[in-house]
Design a protein around this ligand. Structure first.
Ligand code: GLN
Length: 246
């Protein structure tokens, strides 16, 4: 059998890389390499033309309002491409500011609205005079067990898709619904930084399996020794979120 290769696009790494979101890319690439799977990592900056059909997995990180406004402008050129790619099953992971940009709009504390890609039935508003939602976060998910990390966002997100998980500790989408993130088709959106994937290897592998299937290279992923990651997860929960059952 010829070697497996995955094409991963990291969108706008020059503008969206808050709280070490780049660690998500390192995790995905390394977990593929450990399994002997080749990776082409494409860092797509705002100078580049985005060809979504060239990728098997796309990542959009978090950013401040200023960066988000710039990225929204660049992304708007590709709205139709995103709609089409997502409908055909393109795996896409979007974190915080990137997550907000998947909806109709993100309304900043000033009241000004940044138009999003509108690929999900969703909107986000930061409101005026509202506090930011900051701290460690843990969520219960049906497919990937407990996912944990850190959140820091002013925006409150409302949508009617399936959430990524139920909040066990922290704020989640809006501090009220008890839900965090979104999972629609092969799109995952979440407020969890920290970065997300080194702490949640089971989620990283689920994303990689989806991407390999999308690339037509569906084979079960070889198990890896995740003892270090599991010990780090346990220590993080015990020290930072002792109220969460382990
Ligand atoms: N600017 C957005 C907010 O504060 C996103 C921040 C982020 O990506 N951490 O809601």
């Amino acid at each position: 059998m010829s070697r497996q290769t995955l094409n991963i696009a990291h969108l706008y790494p020059d503008l969206l890389n808050l709280y070490a979101d780049r660690g998500n890319i390192l995790t995905l690439v390394q977990r593929l390499r450990w399994r002997g799977i080749d990776v082409n990592l494409h860092q797509v900056t705002h100078h580049d033309t985005l060809r979504l059909t060239a990728y098997d997995l796309v990542l959009l990180g978090g950013g401040s309002d200023r960066e988000q406004e710039l990225v929204a402008k660049y992304l708007s050129r590709y709205q139709r491409d995103f709609k089409h790619a997502i409908a055909s099953g393109l795996p896409l992971l979007a974190i915080c500011g990137g997550y907000q940009l998947l909806g109709a709009y993100y309304q900043m504390p000033s009241g000004e609205k940044i138009a999003g890609l509108d690929v999900l039935d969703m909107y986000t508003s930061a409101g005026t005079g509202l506090s930011r939602l900051i701290g460690n976060v843990a969520i219960e998910t049906e497919e990937y067990g407990v996912i944990m990390g850190f959140e820091n966002h002013g925006g409150r997100t409302v949508h009617h898709h399936a959430p990524l998980g139920k909040v066990l500790h922290g704020h989640g989408n809006n501090g009220e619904s008890g839900f965090e993130g979104v999972h629609h088709q092969n799109v995952w959106g979440t407020y969890i930084h920290g970065p997300l994937l080194p702490k949640n290897p089971q989620f990283a592998d689920a994303i990689l399996s989806t991407a390999l299937a999308y690339a037509g290279q569906s084979t079960p992923l070889d198990p890896l020794d995740d003892d270090v990651e599991q010990a780090a997860r346990l220590a993080f929960l015990q020290r930072r979120m002792p109220d969460v059952d382990t």
